[in-house]
Design a protein around this ligand. Sequence first.
Ligand SMILES: [Zn+2]
Length: 501
Amino acid sequence: MVSRIALMVTMSSVVMLASSAAAAAAELRAGAAKVDITHPDGPVSGPLFSKALIISNGDTTVALVCLDVVSIGEIGYIKDDFLPKLRARIESELHIPPQHVIVNASHCHGIPCDDALDRTFQAVKAASEKLVPVRVGMGDSHEDRVSENRRLKLKSGREADVRHAYSLPPDEEVAEAGPIDPQIGLLRLDALDGRTVAVVYNFAVHPIQGMPDSGNTSDMTGFASQVIEDNLDDGAIAVFFQGCGGDINPLYYKDVSHPRSAEVLGNILGLSTLKGLNAIKTTPDDRLVILNDTIALPREDLAPKIVEIEAEQLRLARSLGGTSLNLKTFLELAGKYGEAPQFPSYYSHLYLHEQALGRNDTSMLDTKNRANMQAYIENVNTMEELTRVNTNLALLKMHHAQNVAAASRTIDVEVCGLRIGEFVLVTFPGELTVRIGLGIKQRSPHPKTFVAGYTNGYIYYCPTVEQLANRGHAQEDSDCILAEEWQEQFETHVEGLLKRL
Ligand SMILES: [Zn+2]
């Protein structure tokens, strides 16, 4: 009898536990808001925003913040004190701990207003005042028509990259283009009446396409967010988290025949994001975990590489030989020899006439001209290679000076792991190249894991060990302060972080 009572008590406790778990499962709450941070001067072609999403399950509260800026500190308009000041204010006024505040830069190259810090806090505050119970859903979508890998594998074994800062290598030297990550990572938070409160989407691409009028712009991800918000419930906020876009450019980034428009690419990205969002079913789920670790990554001694690249620079400069042609005569010949390769110098009958008389004066002129044109082209190719070497050497020197001036041979960075229901996100401050993100996704123990670079600080480009073997010849490997060991240290840490989520 006693044991039956004990059993009943135990059973009722189980029922009570189950019902309290059910109540807790409905208790995830979220609120979102956005504030315009566009600089007031000059034409605007797509406003810049600070967006905030606050999520809480009662025990844990997390603030996800996204700014349409190039970086959180170090370069650009957002200064190094932005993140600590924002976090301090959020902690003192909203009581969210600093390590629970995750701030991502979309990496667009637009210009924010001078009071972006205060406005960003206002977005966070407004979001915190709008918390409502939510259901959670996650998923992904696919978009492979708006981006391309900007690192080109050359037949020489080296790599070059696609920038406006310098010329591309000749087409015949290019052996292979690298991968993109077409996956759009998605989180959707719906109020209990079914209305969407906010979505988070994660995609890897440099939002640097620009607009035909060169106006200040949040670029393609700004347009994508606008398309998403226009098609969600009123007041729903689309929060973009930039992915591992370090070596990913917008498609047609070097187009000189058509005005480049971020709006076109952004609309495509936005519609593909919506397609995925519409397929998501939200459910009650109160799992909310934030892990915020600081790891120390090694700085590279760039001095030997600078010596090597300076020698290369000198070798290239000395290899430039004299040519008979100058730009004017080269262009004249290039037109003729391109248009009529068989009879470039005159009408065909002159060639036939000379042939009938046993002469080949005009053909011999063509042979000389072709040799002179080839010599001129080789000089141009060398000059173009020098523009790449000069630009990347300047990056190496800048980072060498930074590493020498640094107090430590390592740099501390924040690596965060975030779980919201089934949605798992890893964040990192640097410009991670796409293979880093693809690798983390592939090895993760979670069904779908997403990765955001450009978060909680900025430490320049973070390419793979293989890409760093090319140091001095492309931006991602030259615009980097880290030693190659960084990759293994980071990836090992992320492996442990993902297990703890
Ligand atoms: Zn970049």
